[in-house]
Design a protein around this ligand. Sequence first.
Ligand code: ADP
Length: 288
Amino acid sequence: MLAIEVANAKKTYLNKIVGIENVSFNIKYGEIFGYIGPNGAGKSTTIRALMGCLKLDSGLMNIEGHDCFTDGVNARENVGYVPSELSFYNSMTVRKYIEFIMDLKGRGYEKIDELCTYFELNANRKTGELSLGNKKKLAIVCALACSPKVLIMDEATTGLDPIMQQKFFDILQKEKKKGTAVLLSSHNLNEIQRCCDRVGIIKNGNLVAIKEIGEFKAKLMKHVVFETKYSLPDIYLDGIENLKVDGNRYEFNYHGDMKALNDFVAGLDIVNLSIVDVDLNEEFMRWY
Ligand code: ADP
């Protein structure tokens, strides 16, 4: 059985505004699926429909074999959810709030301390006093504490500092190993490529591509900078873009064969060399 199944899903608002037009994808257990697109592309519409907050105009959305709208209780039985917009009961403490969610989900409290410690979240603070980053951590802890089989996370890392982001990605890998299916929406391709197995790219309500992340990265351009001892008469190499020459310093983007680049560089009197993936977000925008 698939963890998440979405087929030809369509949702319009007020009968005219396209939320999603024709979206299809599946997520297996033990897979992290990145769902990426710019603001207004339809990510939250997809996720709200999965969470049963919206009724589709047409198409299908199932979680663990149950229809998300007509059989929502069963569909969300094992789902941990991090919404993009957070609101809590402000006067409750962090601990009380998580316990409240565990009660609603019919789960025990045994993971609360460990997760709060891991995310450095003070369980005695009132939720209304938390910073945005700590509110995000609280939402993540709630999602993880209920031992989910499916995690649905809408812009989960917004507001987290880089150390917390890393901790978040580490714990996602642990969940993956346990067999949890993860849907992670984001408008940031850099974070998607850090942890996802596959990525779905949504644009104007349509999935324009679904790719293995390795396949996506393999096609990424490299940014090459090198300095030579002597200046070069010219550079003969297929796949070079935006060549900039400053004295003996050469800088360009490269989308050609890596062996050809390697052979080319090996024949030079190199002083300095750097070859890195171009910024993924830059590449993502180019893709669009
Ligand atoms: P994303 O999450 O990728 O930023 P959304 O799913 O929020 O995108 O939005 C997709 C489209 O649906 C946008 O054009 C947005 O303006 C529209 N939309 C979203 N929510 C509503 C709503 N409640 N009423 C009307 N239009 C909406």
